[in-house]
Design a protein around this ligand. Structure first.
Ligand SMILES: C[S@@+](CC[C@H](N)C(=O)[O-])C[C@H]1O[C@@H](n2cnc3c(N)ncnc32)[C@H](O)[C@@H]1O
Length: 256
C-alpha cells in the first residue's frame, strides 16, 4: 500500500497551515519570470489531495494531478467535485514512471514530494519522466526538505500536534522521527487520532520515509536529465537560501 493511503482522509487537517494560495503566487511568478508566456497545461506531480491542483485550476490553468495513492486522489477528486471544478484530469501514476497523453508547459511538485524518492536511481527516473513530458524550455518547479531540516529539525525528535478543520473535527498527530545520517533516510512514524461524531477517537498509524538530497546531488541529477538549473531559492521571494533554510524551492528548465 503506498504511504499516505491510510492518512488521506486527515491529510488536509494536519497540513492546514500550508498556504497554497501564496505558494501558487510563487509558481505563477516563476511562470512570469522564466517562461515567455503562461503555460496552458500544468501537471501537479504527486498532487496528493489536490490543494495546489485546485488552486492553479481556479487561476485558469488546465490541470492534471497525478499521484500513486488512490486514497489521496479520491480526496482530491471529491474536493474538485465539491467545488464544481470538473475539468481536472486526475491520474493514478507513480512519479518514477509516469505517462501523460502529451507534453505540458510546466510541472510542479510540492511539499517535499520529491523527498519520497528514496531508492538509488529513483530521482533520476522521475526527472527523466518530467523532462520527457515537458515542452521544450518547460519549467519544473519543486521543493525539497533541506539537509539542515533532516539533521537538526527532524533528527530523532518527536512532536504532537492538534488541529481543528473547518468542520470543527479535531485531529491529533503523534510524529516520531528517525534520521540516519549514513543512509540519508528519515523514517516518520505517524499516529493520527481523529474525533468521531460520538466523541470517540480513531487511531491510524503510518510509516513514511523521506530521503535527504544535497544541493550537489540535485544539481547533478537535473543536469544529467537534460535540465538547465535556474535556481535554488530559500523562499517564495526568490532569495538565495540561508544555512538555516528548511525548504529549498528549485526551478529548472527542460532543454530539448
Ligand atoms: C507530502 S505529500 C504532498 C502532496 C501534495 N503535493 C501537497 O502539496 O499537499 C506527498 C505526496 O507524494 C505522493 N507520492 C509519494 N511517492 C510517490 C510516487 N512514487 N509516485 C507518485 N506519488 C507519490 C504521496 O502519495 C503523497 O500524496
Amino acid at each position: 500500500m503506498p504511504a499516505y493511503d491510510s492518512i488521506a482522509s486527515v491529510y488536509d487537517n494536519i497540513n492546514s497551515e500550508i498556504d497554497y494560495s501564496a505558494w501558487a503566487d510563487f509558481i505563477e511568478n516563476c511562470f512570469n519570470r522564466f517562461l515567455p508566456q503562461k503555460p496552458e497545461l500544468v501537471l501537479d506531480l504527486a498532487c496528493g489531495t489536490g490543494s495546489m491542483t485546485l488552486e492553479l485550476a481556479s487561476r485558469g490553468y488546465d490541470m492534471i494531478g497525478a499521484d500513486y495513492s488512490e486514497d489521496m486522489l479520491a480526496e482530491a477528486y471529491e474536493k474538485a467535485y465539491d467545488k464544481e471544478m470538473s475539468g481536472i484530469l486526475f491520474l493514478k501514476q507513480d512519479m518514477r514512471a509516469f505517462e501523460l497523453y502529451g507534453t505540458v508547459g510546466a510541472i510542479c511538485c510540492c511539499l517535499d514530494s520529491m523527498n519520497y524518492l528514496t531508492a538509488d536511481g529513483d530521482l533520476e527516473k522521475c526527472l527523466g519522466c518530467v523532462h520527457n513530458y515537458l515542452d521544450p524550455d518547460g519549467l519544473f518547479i519543486f521543493d525539497v526538505n533541506t539537509p539542515h531540516k533532516f539533521k537538526n529539525i527532524y533528527g530523532n525528535n518527536h512532536y504532537i500536534f492538534e488541529d481543528n478543520d473547518s468542520y470543527g473535527n479535531v485531529a491529533f498527530c503523534g510524529w516520531q522521527n528517525e534520521y540516519d545520517e549514513e543512509t540519508k533516510l528519515c523514517n516518520f512514524y505517524l499516529s493520527v487520532f481523529t474525533e468521531g461524531e460520538n466523541g470517540k477517537y480513531t487511531r491510524v498509524d503510518e510509516v513514511q520515509t523521506e530521503r535527504c538530497y544535497s544541493k550537489d546531488e540535485l544539481t547533478a541529477a537535473l543536469m544529467q536529465s537534460g535540465f538547465e538549473l535556474i535556481g535554488f531559492f530559500g523562499d517564495w521571494e526568490f532569495n538565495a537560501p540561508k544555512d538555516s533554510c528548511e525548504r529549498w524551492y528549485i526551478v529548472a528548465r527542460a532543454k530539448k
